[in-house]
Design a protein around this ligand. Structure first.
Ligand code: 13P
Ligand code: SF4
Length: 337
């Protein structure tokens, strides 16, 4: 008979409270695969004075078991600006790590996979923004944070899905204009334009995860699950948002569930969100369509551990680009929530 070794037993003890937290979403048979990396990451991050900033789309073993701060893009940016840690490990995609570096240039920012990109960020370059500014002189450029530092550096203000409407209205007021350029997500731009008198010129970018949802799918969910609450991310096409009960950033969707405790809910967004929220609200029934973000899913426990062990991959933003990109990010952070 195989007896558990002393090492296994202490590992089990160290990670048992964490497993108790996620047992509803991680089968018991999978836990021994995660437990050693979780214990090693939590020990090493303390030793190195590192924090792990994890986006809401991380899988539950990252989100609930090794992250120090979790949230949407806006919350992670705010946290990166104020943490005292020397090292930030970004459990998210590259533009998030760049934002952290820009806000905390004195810190070492690590990303576990250099391939964790974003279809929105890769849809536009700094040169594209310069051409747009030539085409529409004098109009403010509102740039979604899902962009490279080069693109931010050409912009007047950044926004996230959590503050896009407020940012558009604030910058239009500041510039004394009724029109803004909002890049690169055409759907986010159209969803914002539907809620404001400000006219929006946009770009042909889209999120490869959210653009796949259709209005018919939402109607099918409602038919199959009468009374279901539908929450959608504003990167979804406008006809999908129109079918939803509420549209908001990932954090806003989580808050909606926490505040209203619907009996049954479907989150029209990346797959891992529902697992993470289900841990907090076991009495809410989640219907779970599964559109995965292949970029977010490049971040896994073994990569996070390797990042901390080898101090890779360090995210570097050239100083002059970082300085110019910081201005629109700071301007966004100054817009009242
Ligand atoms: P938020 O978490 O800011 O809503 O963004 C969603 C997203 O797609 C990030 O990549
Ligand atoms: Fe980019 Fe969409 Fe993935 Fe977010 S979910 S990182 S917007 S591709």
């Amino acid at each position: 008979m195989n007896r558990p070794s002393l090492i296994d037993m202490s590992l089990n003890e160290a990670t048992a409270p964490l497993y108790a937290r996620v047992k509803n979403v991680i089968p018991e048979i999978e836990w021994p695969v995660f437990a050693p990396d979780i214990a090693a990451i939590n020990a090493l991050k303390r030793e190195r004075n590192a924090v792990i900033l994890a986006h809401n789309y991380m899988t539950p073993e990252i989100f609930h078991c090794v992250a120090d701060f979790v949230g949407d893009s806006l919350q992670l940016a705010r946290e990166a600006a104020k943490t005292d840690a020397k090292i930030i490990v970004q459990a998210g995609v590259h533009f998030m790590a760049e934002t952290s570096k820009i806000l905390s240039p004195e810190k070492t920012v690590l990303i576990p996979s250099l391939e964790a990109g974003c279809s929105l960020a890769s849809s536009i370059t700094g040169a594209d923004v310069r051409l747009l500014k030539q085409k529409y002189p004098g109009l403010p450029v509102v740039t979604y944070v899902n962009t490279s530092a080069d693109v931010k550096a050409e912009s007047d203000i950044c926004c996230t899905s959590g503050n896009a409407l407020k940012v558009v209205e604030a910058i239009a007021r500041d510039f004394g204009t009724d029109t803004v350029i909002m890049i690169p997500d055409k759907y986010l731009a159209r969803n914002v334009a539907a809620k404001t008198g400000v006219k929006v010129i946009t770009w042909e970018g889209s999120c490869e995860v959210h653009e796949r949802f259709t209005a018919q799918e939402i109607r099918d969910f409602r038919a199959a699950h009468p009374g279901i609450t539908v929450l959608a991310h504003p990167e979804c096409p406008p006809d999908v948002v129109a079918e939803a009960d509420f549209a908001g950033s990932t954090a806003a969707m989580i808050n909606y569930v926490g505040d209203r405790k619907p009996n049954r809910v479907v989150m029209i967004t990346e797959c891992s969100m529902s697992d993470n929220v289900a841990v907090e609200y076991p009495d809410v029934e989640f219907v779970r369509p599964c559109n995965l973000c292949p970029h977010m899913k490049r971040i896994a426990l073994d990569g996070i551990l390797q990042s901390l062990e080898t101090m890779t991959h360090e995210v570097i933003v050239p100083v002059d680009v970082a300085a110019r990109a910081k201005t629109p990010i700071d301007r966004m952070l100054a817009v009242k929530a």
